[in-house]
Design a protein around this ligand. Sequence first.
Ligand code: SF4
Length: 227
Amino acid sequence: MVKEAEIIDIIKKVKKEVQKYENPIVTEIGEVTRNPFQVLVSCILSLRTRDETTAKASSRLFALASKPETMIRLSTKQIEKAIYPVGFYKTKARRIKGICKVLLEKYNGKVPDNFDELMKLKGVGRKTANIVMCYGFHKKGYIAVDTHVHRIPNRLGWVKTKKPEQTEEALKELLPRKYWKDFNDIFVTFGQNVCKPVGPKCNSCPVSKNCEYYRKVYLKKMRKKVK
Ligand code: SF4
């Protein structure tokens, strides 16, 4: 089992590496606006959508409405038009309207500062609820696991998990608590730019020495190529 000191060393190296790249858009929106509603909505927009598209769609939508009470007055068509071409824009427009309605009826127009309450909102899963807690409310004690945060610890050999929720549990066992909140931010940027889903840049990766995928998959492929 990987030692805590090695994990911390890898996190530090990855953090240093990603400084040359842009932050994931949802984190950026959280940092700039400090507004949980905008973090929630931009996170919904970001699902299965590139950051660049999410950034533009969020900006168009928030120029029309940035609070549940103003967003609810937009028609679904207006929301669709503002957020197009994010993936599943029609479904997302309906979800955003539905969430605004619930926020106004049940939560006094505020995003609940509570993981379990967030999970009750239609269209909000564990990843989104964790993102809102981490980057909307800036709370510690949560790890948001998306496709990058699920894939990279598996490649490194820290965990052997099939589903993101298993990775979330396993990471909570492995990582010291002070590293939970920023873990998504750092590893999403790393996954978007270096440890990509297809064609990871292993030959220039700062943590290749500590990586199981590098030893067991990447080097083997390279050796086959030169034979
Ligand atoms: Fe990802 Fe390759 Fe680096 Fe391992 S060596 S962390 S697979 S980029």
